[in-house]
Design a protein around this ligand. Structure first.
Ligand code: SAM
Ligand code: DTB
Ligand code: SF4
Length: 331
């Protein structure tokens, strides 16, 4: 359900965002719910399924990431998966209720040549199954973005991850501007943008608001905004971070919902460390998508049986219709 011509703002100031974020929780949730209900069905969440199509050995040094070659983690490196294996996984995902299938690869940038052609084939296959297709392959050239668009890619995931000021504490092998440039290429190719970040990496409230400001001042807004709670993986520099207060996740989601009313806000990584009640609060705050299945890319996720039971308890359900790509202009 969408409402005609929503008023979307792209000029949010940091102080405005901080005021929203820090408002009393009942006020914050009320405002987020009001915005949410004007643009989305409050009892539905989209189910997305993730598959790691090329795992580990990544040359980037993202401090949170178990797939970085800079850190010694339990992740086993793999080559690019075969089209056959990915077709099987996508078919299973659809059977489990997913309407979006996301393929992730641990690359600094998308490769040229045969491997890229193979990814294009995967995109066509997923679209052929009637699901939205999303990829996250690292940085793209304009030509690669255009080819992905031609293959029918619905969305490209490329997260800003954190605020521009905090970014250097987390990643040194590429810049914030590199990220923004890829997002621009994706947008120019006509692919919808999926971009969000991670909370719980030691940033403060101002940092979270600055990240949200970066996302909400993109014009159009990203159609999809994944909010990840750091999964603290043994061997990564952030393994011993103190656990983030789930209420901060709820506040981040509610603020994202208020700033970007028509976007999908995705409750992404980190659900294994959230109670069902905390997840319910995230839905009240305007999250309208989750990843299904027992695995994200390399780390565990609650799994479909648990999620079905949770949604059932909440009187909610997975979205069954598949808008082949979000119909609304997004932002
Ligand atoms: N290599 C590509 C890239 O960085 O864009 C795609 C894959 S990367 C794993 C996709 C996103 O997953 C990252 O941008 C980050 O936001 C998220 N992510 C990775 N490890 C995570 C962790 N331990 N906890 C939470 N989110 C994580
Ligand atoms: C996103 O923002 N979160 C997903 C998806 N985009 C690709 C990935 C989460 C990965 C969590 C760590 C792992 O499982 O390796
Ligand atoms: Fe590589 Fe992406 Fe992990 Fe960074 S987040 S190390 S770019 S796979």
């Amino acid at each position: 359900m969408t409402v005609a011509a929503p008023v979307l703002r792209h000029d949010w100031s940091l102080s405005e965002i901080e005021r929203i974020y820090a408002s009393p929780l009942p006020d914050l949730i009320f405002r987020a719910q009001t915005v949410h209900r004007a643009h989305h069905r409050p009892d539905e969440v989209q189910g997305c399924m993730l598959l790691s199509i090329k795992t580990g050995g990544c040359p980037e040094d993202c401090a949170y990431c178990p797939q970085s070659a800079h850190y010694k983690t339990d992740v086993k490196r793999t080559d690019l998966a075969s089209l056959e294996d990915v077709t099987e996984a996508a078919t299973r995902a659809r059977e489990q209720g997913a309407t979006r299938f996301c393929m992730g690869a641990a690359w600094r940038d998308a490769p040229k040549g045969a491997q890229f052609t193979q990814v294009l084939d995967m995109v066509r296959m997923v679209r052929g199954l009637g699901m939205e297709a999303c990829c996250t392959l690292g940085m793209l050239t304009q030509d690669q973005a255009n080819q992905l668009a031609d293959a029918g890619l619905s969305a490209y995931n490329h997260n800003l991850d954190t605020s521009p000021e905090f970014y250097g504490n987390i990643i040194t092998t590429r810049t914030y501007d590199d990220r923004l440039n890829t997002l621009k290429r994706v947008r120019d190719a006509g692919i919808t943008v999926c971009s969000g970040g991670i909370i719980g990496m030691g940033e403060n409230m101002g940092g979270r608001c600055r990240m949200l400001q970066q996302l909400a001042t993109l014009d159009p807004h990203p159609e999809s905004v994944p909010v990840n709670l750091l999964v603290r993986v043994e061997g990564t520099p952030l393994a011993d971070m103190k656990a983030e207060d789930p209420i901060e996740l709820v506040r981040t989601i509610a603020t994202a919902r208020i700033l970007m009313p028509t976007s999908f806000v995705r409750l992404s990584a980190g659900r294994m460390s959230l109670s069902d009640e905390a997840q319910a609060l995230c839905f009240l705050a305007g999250a309208n998508s989750v990843f299904l299945g027992e695995r994200l890319l390399t780390t565990p996720n609650p799994g479909t049986t648990h999620d079905e039971a949770l949604l059932d308890r909440l009187g909610m359900r997975l979205t069954t219709s598949n808008a082949s790509a979000p119909a609304h202009a997004g932002g």
